[in-house]
Write a protein that binds this ligand. Structure first.
Ligand SMILES: C[S@@+](CC[C@H](N)C(=O)[O-])C[C@H]1O[C@@H](n2cnc3c(N)ncnc32)[C@H](O)[C@@H]1O
Length: 361
């Protein structure tokens, strides 16, 4: 029998402690690095390091503890976000481009979104007992997700997607576009920039639309208008040459297909970008499935796998349904437009862009 004393002299039989320690070690390191990044951005550290500065001058400026500020700068320099010259620090190119509040490609909302997500993950033990948290769907998107998504897609997905659409001959001729569940409206803004005769309409929940308006103002997008509503129940308008539908609950739902078809002009184009499940397909990622199930919406009911909702069709069946209403022009795989994953809601995974055309009667 193994007595308590024996364990002091005998290593565990399972020498595979490495497997566990790899998980714990990387969790430990990257959780702490995240805290550093979150702290640095929430204290506007990068906004104040455009030029070389001594940590003492920095701490005076941002109101932080001098010694801790010095050490924080050391950590940031160690991970490539600050340059060090003698006893002074300054942003590296990456920090300058992505971590300042007012930089065009600022990713600060992404950091906030990860932080908000971690606050839910911290409640995992109690959620495991009480079940998923009830979240109002509108609040979920309004909160900061829309801003985070806007920042994320600016790293490449937006530009790639817009180019895929702009190559269509129908795009140049289009006069009226609907961006269904368009959120931030960046796709519409980009589309109208590429086609000077195009007017775009961003359709979204009223709470989200008030944020859409801010983006439209920032980009001076006077040919992009907004429509407030719930696309499952409200009228989505008509006479569209293009309907663009990206990452929405409803992206695999059969009910919306006839509604979209009806709202399009003859010869109009429906572009849908979503992550689908093929028949018999398992999990795309169990960790993401768990995150997906930590919260639940009042309106559309989630199913167990990430991005799946009650009433969704499998990929094969959705394609068959589309073919009843449209002709399929192209199916573009995610490698043509994807951005880097963040292991959170919003990741592209194996999404596809399906482009289809409403045949003239
Ligand atoms: C994941 S975001 C996608 C935003 C944008 N289309 C993109 O691809 O980056 C989903 C958007 O759909 C909106 N949405 C979800 N359900 C909706 C509904 N029933 N009616 C209107 N908008 C909805 C959300 O408010 C949110 O702005």
């Amino acid at each position: 029998m193994v007595t308590k004393k024996n364990i002091l002299l005998k290593k565990p039989k399972i020498t595979d402690v490495k497997k566990l320690y790899d998980i714990l070690g990387s969790s430990s390191k990257y959780y702490k690095l995240f805290c550093v990044l979150y702290t640095a951005t929430s204290l506007n550290l990068f906004d104040n390091l455009e030029e070389f500065k001594k940590p003492k001058d920095l701490s005076d400026k941002i109101g932080t503890h001098p010694r801790l500020t010095h050490i924080l700068c050391e950590v940031l320099s160690n991970i490539g976000l600050l340059n060090k010259k003698k006893d002074k620090y300054k942003n590296t190119k990456i920090a300058e481009l992505f971590l300042k509040t007012d930089s065009d490609y600022s990713q600060i909302e992404v950091i906030k979104n990860l932080y908000n997500g971690f606050k839910i993950w911290e409640r995992l033990p109690s959620i495991m007992k009480s079940g998923p948290l009830h979240i109002d769907e509108e609040d979920f998107f309004e909160d900061n997700l829309i801003h985070a998504l806007a920042a994320e897609i600016l790293t490449g997905e937006l530009q790639d997607t817009v180019n895929i659409v702009a190559r269509l001959p129908e795009f140049q001729k289009a006069r009226k576009l609907l961006d269904l569940g368009g959120g931030h409206g960046l796709y519409s803004i980009a589309f109208t920039t590429l086609n000077p005769n195009l007017k775009a309409y961003v359709f979204d929940f009223p709470n989200v639309i008030k944020d859409t308006r801010k983006y439209l103002e920032t980009f001076n997008a006077d040919r992009v208008k907004v429509i407030e509503g719930n696309f499952f129940v409200d009228d989505i308008g008509s006479g569209y040459d293009i309907i663009f539908f990206s990452y929405n609950p409803g992206g695999k739902n059969p009910k919306l297909v006839p509604k979209i078809h009806k709202a399009l002009n003859d010869g109009g184009i429906f572009i849908t970008k979503h992550a689908f499940y093929k028949k018999g397909e398992g999990s795309k990622d169990p960790l993401l499935d768990l995150e997906w199930n930590l919260t639940k919406f009042e309106g559309v009911k989630k199913k167990d796998k990430i991005y799946s909702f009650e009433g969704d069709l499998y990929y094969e069946d959705y394609l068959e349904l589309l073919k009843k209403y449209f002709s399929i022009v192209d199916i573009v795989e995610s490698k043509k437009f994807s951005r880097l994953p963040l292991y959170k809601f919003g990741d592209v995974l194996d999404s596809k862009i399906i482009i289809c055309k409403k045949q003239p009667n």
